[in-house]
Design a protein around this ligand. Structure first.
Ligand SMILES: Cc1cc2nc3c(=O)[nH]c(=O)nc-3n(C[C@H](O)[C@H](O)[C@H](O)COP(=O)(O)OP(=O)(O)OC[C@H]3O[C@@H](n4cnc5c(N)ncnc54)[C@H](O)[C@@H]3O)c2cc1C
Length: 500
């Protein structure tokens, strides 16, 4: 009975709304799906250009998508994006320059403390030199061939350290054993499951300037406030607030490419149906990989389905630990370099949830970061082939592995207390994301991102279903600035169409 009622209400709403579309023939009923960076930026751009006849449907109970700043410790922490990568040509940085707000960001120091699983100390000088050899390579030397990052960087790094440290046995040994650590850094930067999945040739364009600019204490969420005109007073009510509908999971987007009248029907999990002339679809590539086949009627064109399959979506995991007080000195991070013997031994202590290649999950713990503005909180990074499993294991198991690892590497220097609180990300297991950010795989071709971003058009050539979101940015995929550019791009398409 309930279902019949829902169905009838749906039809009634559908008829009313459809009529509304006809009444406002000259207006532009637009639905934006997703209230992450791309959805919010598209919405603000439309509003700035006098188009206010739209709604945003968001599946989660909050806005922001993969920007999620949460109160923890003595301030905020970011479960998703935390840094603004670069300055020149970065729309986030440029917006701050325009508004005279660049003081909200500061650049972080590079990681400089290596610890070996053997317990052998690595001097700060040696750590610094090894890290600089890596950074030089990571920032400035992407490969030009269609081979994996693992192959290109593995070789490049070995050549570089032999040349630099060939006459210094100690440095060379540390640098050699740090290859595993480097692989994790690359996987984290790329968001890949393995550095052999990710293509070394890339269309990504680095924005010049500082690569790790972080928000002083407030988290990346503050930038959404800035975008929406809610900075410095978050509580102010603005037109955009009325446009955002939360807990609205879209389950179907149907349209007819040949019909003369542009009309898209958007169905939601709660039974509601919306009719629009244009849809800007912003959910992640992970969502598309899992649901594109069922979400769109008719099925998406072959080239778009191929792009969805062949662009990669990886996963990294962040675990925040809050301690009663700070127990470390002035380090910016602890970086763990696992030796082969210790990796094998780890399986005896933590055999559960082994990686697909049979290694203990604790060997995927490679870096612990300090947060300058949140002094009793540590951030533990986890990357690679084990993230999907670790997102779902009990806090107790996760904590015991982290504690064991920290004591193994640091126990000879510090008496480490138990953390009093834990907070972790679950981007891969959340069906509204299914991963962290996109990357280019060995199957990625030059035009593939264009295939993903191209709108589906009606018979008169005008865009009906448009695609935005970080994965649709050919030069800045995987980032917030890429997502924002893509939202602006799709809003501009409509603005141009309706204001000419
Ligand atoms: C752990 C992590 C660290 C990162 N670090 C950085 C960083 O330091 N710097 C940086 O620039 N970038 C970083 N990124 C990447 C950055 O966060 C993303 O590129 C960007 O936020 C993506 O925005 P988007 O709008 O494209 O997608 P999203 O933020 O994913 O927004 C899409 C929205 O669509 C919603 N949605 C999904 N399915 C449906 C549905 N069926 N119906 C309705 N709504 C739906 C989702 O809930 C979501 O709110 C990081 C990401 C993660 C996860």
């Amino acid at each position: 009975m309930d279902n019949i009622l829902k169905y009838l209400c749906g039809i009634l709403f559908y008829l009313l709304f459809d009529e509304k579309c006809d009444i406002f023939e000259n207006k532009t009923p637009i639905i934006i799906i997703g209230a992450g960076s791309a959805g919010i930026s598209a919405a603000t751009r439309l509003l700035e250009n006098g188009i206010d006849d739209f709604l945003i449907l968001e599946a989660e109970s909050q806005i922001g998508g993969r920007i999620r700043s949460v109160e923890f410790g003595d301030g905020y922490v970011d479960l998703g994006a935390a840094s603004c990568h670069g300055q020149k040509g970065n729309i986030v940085w440029e917006k701050l320059v325009q508004m005279n707000l660049t003081n909200l960001l500061r650049h972080t120091k590079v990681p400089n403390n290596f610890f070996l699983s053997s317990g052998k100390n690595v001097s700060e000088d040696v750590s610094n030199e090894v890290v600089h050899a890596m950074l030089e390579m990571l920032h400035y030397k992407r490969g030009s061939r269609n081979e994996s990052m693992g192959l290109t960087y593995g070789k490049m790094y070995n050549d570089s350290i032999t040349e630099k440290f060939g006459n210094d046995r100690e440095k060379l040994e540390v640098a050699q054993s740090a290859l595993h650590w480097l692989a994790h850094i690359v996987m984290c930067m790329e968001g890949t499951i393995s550095w052999y999945d990710s293509r070394s040739k890339t269309s990504y364009q680095v924005c010049e300037g500082h690569q790790e600019l972080i928000w002083k204490g407030a988290g990346y969420g503050i930038f959404l406030d800035i975008l929406m005109g809610k900075y410095p007073d978050q509580r102010v009510q603005l037109p955009i607030d009325e446009k955002i509908l939360l807990n609205k999971e879209v389950t179907k987007v149907s349209w007819s490419p040949t019909a003369t009248k542009k009309r898209v029907e958007i169905s939601c999990l709660d039974g509601s149906i919306y009719i629009a002339r244009h849809v800007i679809f912003t959910p992640s590539l992970g969502v598309l990989k899992e649901r594109a086949e069922d979400l769109f009627v008719p099925r998406l064109p072959e080239n778009k389905m191929a792009a969805i399959e062949n662009i990669g979506m990886g996963a990294t995991m962040k675990v925040y630990l809050q301690y009663p007080s700070r127990w470390w000195r002035d380090e910016v991070s602890f970086n763990f370099v696992w030796g082969e013997d210790d990796k094998r031994d780890a399986m005896n202590v933590f055999p559960g949830q082994p990686s697909p290649i049979g290694e203990s999950w604790i060997t995927r713990l490679y870096s612990v970061e300090m947060l300058k503005e949140n002094p009793r909180v540590l951030l533990v990074w986890i990357t690679g082939d084990i993230v999907d499993v670790l997102e779902t294991i009990d806090d107790d198991i996760l904590l015991s592995g982290i504690e064991f690892t920290m004591n193994k590497f640091l126990g000879h220097i510090y008496d480490i207390p138990k953390p009093e609180k834990i907070l972790r990300s679950t981007w891969y297991s959340n069906p509204n994301f299914r991963g962290t950010y996109s990357y280019q795989t060995l199957n990625t071709t030059d035009h593939i991102i264009t295939d993903l971003m191209e709108p589906l058009r009606s018979s008169d050539g005008s865009p009906v279903i448009q695609f935005a979101g970080e994965a649709t940015s050919p030069q800045h995929f995987s980032t917030v600035h890429g997502a924002i550019e893509s939202g602006y791009r799709e809003a501009d398409r409509l603005i141009e169409m309706y204001t000419q």
